[in-house]
Design a protein around this ligand. Structure first.
Ligand code: ZN
Length: 515
């Protein structure tokens, strides 16, 4: 893999250096995509007995990719490039590419190998312990693993970004440029508004009846045809992607023209697959819209997890749960599921999609309460990283906060602090990107409505091309050249604010509950 490096003794022009650095980064991306292919296959196709050999394959690939990403020759090239005329006088895309490649390499290099290995081992052990601990609701069994994980993550933060607050350093891995104080300022009013709205829905005399969605027959074969038709209609390109079945739905990109989405099926519940596929197809549309000529380089990568999630949530909730969408889609649904929907009309169907049902479990939450689950985790993990909260006090802090926000107390830790794998997996600073995604989505959708004044009319007739073209132009085409907030500000013409999300929720849930 290193055969094409220019000989380091010969002086290379900055254009040659740039080509060599990009070539190297692309090779790493191509090999990382082989790793992703192994992962996709493991989740969808792999026979059970193939597991151990797959683990060998994945470990071998991970070592190769890690070797490429930490190659000293590439590090030298990036140092030379950062000092070259290209870094100051190149095109904006060249300058950004140099800056971000160097930023990523430096960050990687600041992590001692010992810490990387310890983090990997701790994550494997904590996740194994978590499976058992959750199954038996046994907090004590997970506690020492979380103590160790949070200590290691604090160490990672101080090595990786000694210039930043430790929580910001971790957040930066998922949402470059985000800062916890700004998030907390934004989430505070959002949380208060959502708590009020959830309470108002709970006390409302009118309640949408969602039994038509979850207690009637939705044959899996008919669901398959239906969701594929919907995904393709919103613009997911099945010549450049696939839909397959898994236990835990995801979207993964295996190459510039190969985006895989997955879902699970439940023949008594239409929303499981339908909104799952709208969500993953939203991620897929973003991946399919990234500049393919920059594949493997920052301008061809996603801006952040929050921006990624904004695209999935926009299609899932702001399009998929909107009244105009069901004007177009309900006749198709009734055709696909005559036994379930013969006695239902579009209005009743759309109302059912807006049922609010507070749950102890985040992954079962409705659109409205979902953000409360996320903001709770954000505040607690931030306090843990800052040392304002001890791991020992976590279950009590969780339950108190949950009761304050939801008006009910988790009956056990399995339905409380033990429910998510994230902290055991070392994903700390990851949760807030879910709510950021919702915040960005609502603000982007409002701007799309201004840019495409008859958007509702278009959606009501099943036309999504203008909306997708707007997202392509304003969001997807930028790749990672802008951080998430500047990207959203540029696309929408105003500073990031949670107000659009509150407005969008009130506008849709208010009428459904007669508020
Ligand atoms: Zn998602």
């Amino acid at each position: 893999m290193s055969a094409s490096h220019p000989p380091s003794s010969a002086p290379a022009s900055s254009a040659e250096l740039f080509a060599a650095a990009c070539g190297h980064a692309r090779r790493a991306a191509v090999l990382a995509s082989v790793e992703s292919l192994l992962g996709w296959d493991e989740q969808t196709m792999l026979p059970r007995a193939g597991g151990p050999h797959r683990a060998d394959q994945a470990t071998a690939m991970a070592a190769i990719v890690h070797g490429l990403r930490t190659d000293p020759a590439q590090a030298e090239r990036l140092v030379a490039l950062a000092d070259s005329s290209l870094a100051t006088a190149g095109t904006p895309l060249e300058r950004t590419t140099i800056r971000l490649l160097k930023h990523d390499a430096d960050k990687q290099a600041r992590l001692p190998v010992r810490l990387v290995e310890e983090l990997a081992r701790a994550a494997v052990e904590a996740q194994q312990a978590w499976v058992e601990a959750r199954a038996s609701s046994d907090w004590a069994a997970l506690r020492p693993h979380l103590v160790r994980m949070f200590a290691l993550k604090r160490e990672q933060a101080s090595c990786q970004r000694p210039d930043l607050d430790p929580y910001d350093a971790l957040l930066d891995d998922y949402e470059p440029g985000a800062r916890w104080r700004r998030l907390a300022d934004r989430f505070g009013p959002l949380r208060a508004a959502i708590v009020d709205l959830v309470r108002a829905c709970g006390n409302a005399s009118r309640r949408p009846d969602d039994s038509i969605l979850t207690e009637r027959p939705y044959p899996v074969e008919a669901q398959r045809r239906f969701v594929r038709e919907v995904a393709s209609r919103i613009g997911f390109d099945f010549d450049r992607g696939r839909l397959d079945t898994t236990e835990h739905p995801f979207c993964t990109t295996l190459g510039p023209d190969d985006c895989r989405i997955t879902t699970r099926w439940n023949e008594r519940s239409l929303p499981t697959a339908l909104f799952g596929v709208l969500h993953e197809a939203g991620h897929g549309l973003y991946e399919q819209g990234l500049p393919r000529e920059w594949y493997g380089l920052p301008p061809g990568e996603a801006a952040s997890l929050g921006i990624h999630e904004s695209q999935s949530r926009l299609w899932e909730n702001l399009v998929g749960r909107s009244q105009p969408f069901w004007e177009w889609c309900f006749p198709l649904a009734r055709q696909a599921f005559p036994a379930a929907l013969a006695d239902v009309d579009a209005e009743r169907f759309h109302g059912a999609l807006l049922a609010v049902r507070p749950s102890f479990i985040r992954v079962e939450a409705d659109e409205l309460t979902y953000n409360l689950h996320v903001m709770l985790r954000f505040d607690l993990e931030r306090a843990l990283v800052h040392g304002d909260l001890a791991v020992d006090d976590l279950p009590a802090a969780w339950n108190e906060r949950f009761e304050r926000d939801f008006g009910m107390r988790p009956p056990d830790d399995a339905r409380g602090v033990l429910q998510d794998i994230h902290w055991s997996a070392g994903l700390i600073g990851y949760f807030p990107t879910y709510t950021l995604g919702n915040v960005f989505a609502a603000q982007l959708m409002e701007a799309a409505h201004r840019a495409v004044p008859d958007l509702d009319v278009q959606v009501a007739s099943g036309r999504f091309t203008d909306l997708l073209a707007w997202l392509r132009r304003e969001v997807h085409a930028a790749g990672r050249t802008l951080e998430s907030e500047p990207l959203v500000e540029r696309a929408t013409g105003s500073g990031v604010s949670g107000d659009w999300l509150v407005k969008s929720l009130r506008d849709r849930y208010g009428p459904a509950y007669g508020l």
